[in-house]
Write a protein that binds this ligand. Sequence first.
Ligand code: GDP
Length: 140
Amino acid sequence: MPAGLTLSIIKPDGVAQGNVGDILKILESNEFQIRASKMLHLTEKQAAGFYQVHRSKSFFKDLIRYMSSGPIVVLVLQGTNAVNRLRDLMGATDPQKAEKNTIRKLFATSIEKNVIHGSDSEENAVTEIHYFFSDLELLV
Ligand code: GDP
């Protein structure tokens, strides 16, 4: 897997609110290149598989229900220091604590409905990319 990749998801609230175009514009204007993308509507089982690390958390059931509540857009992004730069651009998990002009500050409505996911380490980025895409689907 080439360096500088991360996985992002425009979550069901972001798609339902019509934020896909705005979010892609922010990503592209911050020097992220889209290397793969697809729109999916996850089953609860698929959402639970993706968020296995959170299975013991109190909010796990709610998170799974939310992530399977409607279509999402899954993206593989490439750029310098992609994992950390995307996290900065997303803003804090709780949009009330997110910095001005971050994606979550602009579009998120709650700590749960926070419009975007970004991998939190390079190791997890590789695992998450392979959860959704085969090597053949990656334009890298
Ligand atoms: P992230 O890395 O900023 O996305 O945050 P986490 O990995 O800690 O949590 C994963 C996702 O679970 C978040 O993006 C939210 O959608 C959701 N989440 C996190 N904390 C809470 C919480 O306290 N309550 C609820 N309902 N959802 C949460």
